[in-house]
Design a protein around this ligand. Structure first.
Ligand code: PLP
Length: 347
């Protein structure tokens, strides 16, 4: 063979191989891929990803972000969506996305196995988001620090305003964090909007840092970096299970709660796989993975055992949280910008 012929043969072979590899990438895209935005703790996101891949052979590309951040990303990508499924995180940005039509309607055959509160979330969003777990908001404190600083035992939201707690309370920023938005909506519902904002302004004096993620204050409490932290009670329980000197508090005035949710992205490129994941994520077996990853929410499938460590919702004074109102696009935008203007930028 001449050198020219050799080169021509090599070029043809390379061309065929490139074409084959494009075809197989295309086939994987069509049959075997799923892009997931995940809103719970990284450990649980990873456990869900691995189990789903093992069960179905579908390759999952997962990104963990806080609830408000996922919403912002899904909104920014709406014209050419990158993700197929948004799993977890508080329900409010899922409800907002549903109202704005950037997520899709779907009725899973698993709906009949779900708790009423999970189905109600689906009905209120006109079939665009569904409840996957629930959990109450609260706060906690590091018992060693509270003792050494003579802070006593805070029991109520009002106790977090004590001057002894100056720079000793940590909470997330409600723009990025679903946990912190749940706090904002909870305080407004318990106290009324005017008194609620007075409370949040007073609380600001004691806040040492507004974190991006809602569970960060629980970790900081466990590490002794802050005396008190506001978070979902189940996120604080995770620290207690890991033997941190932390106490969990269900505030005496009552508290709000979340319905963690799941939505399919409108225009999902792997729609069939998104539906497969959705159906699977509602099964009792998939929901058991939460407790195994030390996430102690109340699962939405009636057949999933409630982890014994999960804070008992019946023992907590829960408010009648208005998910439709506080998940509505206009109300969420209004409250967040009011919080930015009146609280966040105070000295
Ligand atoms: N982690 C857990 C275990 C949760 O239940 C939730 C809320 O659904 C979050 C984190 C929310 O995270 P963030 O407040 O960072 O949006």
């Amino acid at each position: 063979m001449t050198m020219k012929k050799n080169l021509a043969a090599a070029t043809m072979l390379a061309g065929t191989m490139t074409a084959l590899s494009f075809m197989s990438a295309g086939a994987a895209q069509a049959q075997g891929a799923l892009v997931m935005y995940c809103g719970v703790q990284e450990e649980w996101c990873r456990a869900m990803t691995t189990a789903f891949e093992r069960e179905t052979g579908i390759k999952v590309s997962m990104t963990r972000k806080s609830a408000g951040e996922v919403y912002a990303q899904v909104k920014a990508e709406a014209a050419n969506p990158r993700a197929d499924i948004w799993w977890g995180g508080t329900g409010d940005p899922h409800m907002q996305a549903a109202e704005e039509g950037i997520t899709d309607e779907y009725k899973s055959p698993k709906m009949g196995e779900l708790q009423d509160w999970a189905v109600r979330q689906w009905e209120q969003s006109k079939g665009r988001t569904v409840g996957i777990y629930s959990g109450a908001l609260g706060f906690g404190y590091n018992t060693d620090l509270a003792q050494s600083k003579k802070i006593g035992e805070p029991k109520c939201w009002a106790d977090l305003l004590k001057p002894e707690l100056k720079d000793e309370v940590q909470v997330a920023d409600p723009n990025s964090s679903g946990t912190a938005y749940t706090l904002l909506a909870t305080i407004v519902q318990i106290m009324g909007e005017d008194k609620g904002f007075e409370y949040l302004k007073a609380l600001h004096k004691n806040v040492n840092q507004y974190t991006k993620s809602g569970a960060a204050p629980a970790k900081a409490m466990a590490l002794g970096e802050t005396t008190a932290g506001i978070a979902f009670m189940h996120d604080i329980v995770t620290m207690v299970v890991d033997k941190a000197p932390v106490k969990v508090v269900a505030p005496c005035e009552g508290t709000g709660y979340e319905i963690g949710s799941m939505s399919i992205i409108k225009g999902a490129k792997n729609l069939d796989n998104a539906k497969k994941f959705y159906d699977w994520a509602l099964t009792a077996d998939a929901q058991k993975l939460g407790a195994e990853a030390k996430s102690y929410q109340v699962p939405s499938n009636k057949n999933t055992p409630i982890p014994p460590q999960a804070p008992k919702l019946n023992d907590i004074k829960l408010i009648n949280f208005d998910f439709a109102k506080y998940g509505s696009s206009a109300e969420r935008k209004r409250l967040l910008s009011k919080w930015d203007n009146e609280v966040k930028n105070l000295p």
